[in-house]
Design a protein around this ligand. Structure first.
Ligand SMILES: [Zn+2]
Length: 115
């Protein structure tokens, strides 16, 4: 919508045209835009919501969120390696012991630790 000033000008121009044609302007305005319609719109009362402790007890089944499952066509999180393909480097280095430099355990569980 335009500003109030230009809207007032537009309305006054319409009134002039209606007067020139000798017709009553309000006969050509929809009832929706009348003062009575505005009053009727805001005549209802909307009560504020009371405090949560004053709400009525809710008697219904407990509803859980939907189960998580992978969607059809989504990529797998890890690629399946071939039988003769070596382990991923992250798998190899994460299992290498820092004490004896062998694989399969870490330095905390190293059998050579106490020796
Ligand atoms: Zn070790």
């Amino acid at each position: 919508m335009g500003s109030g000033k230009s809207m007032d000008f537009l309305v006054s121009m319409f009134v002039v045209v209606f007067m020139y044609r000798r017709v009553f302007p309000l006969d050509h305005v929809h009832w929706y835009y009348t003062k009575e319609a505005l009053k009727l719109t805001y005549s209802g009362v909307i009560n504020p919501i009371p405090e949560e402790s004053m709400w009525p007890e809710y008697q219904c089944l407990h509803i859980d969120p939907p189960a998580i499952h992978s969607e059809v066509g989504r990529p797998k999180k890890n690629r399946k390696r071939a039988v003769d393909e070596p382990y991923a480097p992250s798998k190899i280095f994460s299992n290498r012991c820092q004490t004896c430099k062998t694989m399969g355990h870490n330095s905390r569980t190293c059998p050579d630790k106490g020796k």
